[in-house]
Design a protein around this ligand. Structure first.
Ligand code: ADP
Ligand code: MG
Length: 398
């Protein structure tokens, strides 16, 4: 789960990371009022969306007075911000953060990620942070500092000092840099984050180290341990199909193709998507309905997949281990009777009681296309989708 910049800043500041003064607004008037309350001479108006690259896309504006703040906000509220991270559809701007503009001397990149190879938290830093970080990692990867943290001892001060030294932080600021690094590390560990990113972390002309941007991602599976973090979820920033699925306990990722997939198990779901591609089709989604493929879950999955109007065929691929195929087949039949489905449905069952399962599908009298192997299922899905499309086209032409 992602959170907004202003939320990540608040979280990190509770762990000792210093941030500029700032306040949240839900309207242009409120933004101007917030700036007046805050005081100062220059402010930065920042669109709160779950994506980076806002600066280059018009989502970060420097303002000299209340009038400019109102104007900047009017141009943002309710609009979709399209950045290189949002995809072409963009993300809606419903909240704006007004922040005191700070005098920047230099911008640093600082990130904490989970390094799967070493199975540790890795600190990634670059002396040249800011909006061009992607170019630096591509053109001068050697200039990036990487340091993994030994989990048994945590981030030690000497390790943090070493990073500060490599970044060329001057001695009078080392302590402040160490505090920042320690704060991020503790927040990452204690809150089950999977990513903490501060870009830029700045050294100001008046010699302070401040986080000017902040991004945090949390492990969904650990959110139950952090109710104060799960509360920060903002569904307006999520793919509506994905949040609907999450609310129903299904693991779903929307894609751009047209063959809907209903599968139990994440590995099988990945294999199903690959096989559809191999057969010349494009999957519309990743969907793992979990171990207990009960009739209710199958029906929920059908409803979810069919709510995407790009879907032109549905492939159900269930492997019954502890489960039983006859029971899953009952579920599919029941779901098809409940949910109105006007596209071809292909079902492949494997595992316990597969023959009984297939018989139930055959006897149901429903127009289900059956398949035995995964390849066959994928090929039949692709050809059913193609022929269904041609009949539809013929119908339109006739
Ligand atoms: P994004 O990464 O989405 O583009 P940032 O929050 O990093 O958004 O803002 C973009 C740039 O705007 C920063 O690299 C920084 O140069 C400048 N900036 C952001 N906040 C402030 C601030 N409070 N004071 C001065 N400059 C800022
Ligand atoms: Mg940034």
């Amino acid at each position: 789960m992602d959170i907004h910049e202003y939320q990540a800043k608040e979280v990190l500041s509770n762990f000792g990371v210093e941030i500029p003064a700032g306040a949240l607004a839900y309207s242009p008037e409120q933004a101007a009022y917030r700036a007046r309350e805050m005081g100062g001479e220059k402010w930065i108006v920042k669109a709160q969306v779950h994506a980076g690259g806002r600066g280059k896309a018009g989502g970060v504006t420097l303002c000299d007075n209340e009038h400019e703040i109102q104007e900047a906000c009017e141009g943002m509220f309710g609009r979709k911000l399209v950045t290189h991270q949002t995809g072409p559809e963009g993300k809606g701007i419903y909240r704006i953060y007004v922040e005191a503009a700070v005098p920047i001397e230099r911008e640093i990149y600082l990130g904490f990620v989970l390094d799967r190879t070493s199975q540790r938290i890795m600190i990634v830093a670059s002396a040249e942070g800011g909006m061009e970080i992607e170019d630096i990692s591509e053109n001068r990867p050697d200039s990036i500092i990487r340091s993994t943290v030994e989990p048994a001892v945590g981030l030690r001060d000497f390790q943090a000092r070493e990073i500060a030294f490599k970044l060329g932080i001057e001695p009078s600021l080392t302590q402040s840099m160490v505090r920042t690094l320690q704060g991020c590390y503790r927040a990452f560990r204690e809150l089950d984050a999977t990513m903490v990113e501060i870009n830029p972390l700045v050294v100001t002309t008046d010699n302070r180290i401040l986080a000017l941007d902040a991004k945090m991602t949390f492990d969904d599976n650990a959110l139950f341990r952090h109710p104060q973090i799960s509360e920060l979820r903002d569904k307006s920033q999520e793919d509506p199909r994905e949040s609907r699925a999450a609310d129903r306990g299904l693991s779903y990722v929307g894609l751009d193709g047209n063959i809907g997939c209903i599968v139990n198990g994440a590995g099988l779901a990945m294999a199903t998507m690959d096989t559809i591609k191999l057969a010349g089709g494009e999957p519309a989604n990743f969907l793992d309905i979990g171990g207990g493929a009960t009739p209710e879950r199958v029906a929920k999955a059908f409803r979810l997949v069919m709510s995407d109007n790009k879907v032109e065929a549905v492939l159900v691929n269930i492997f019954a281990g502890i489960n039983r195929c006859d029971w899953v087949a009952e579920g599919v039949v029941q779901a098809l009777q409940e949910v109105k489905i006007d596209v071809p449905v292909i079902v492949r069952l494997a595992g316990t009681n597969v023959e009984e399962g297939m018989k139930i599908l055959a006897k149901s009298g429903l127009p289900i296309i059956r398949a035995t192997t995964l390849m066959e299922a994928a090929e039949r899905s692709v050809s059913a989708w193609k022929s269904d499309n041609t009949t539809n086209l013929k119908a339109v032409k006739a």
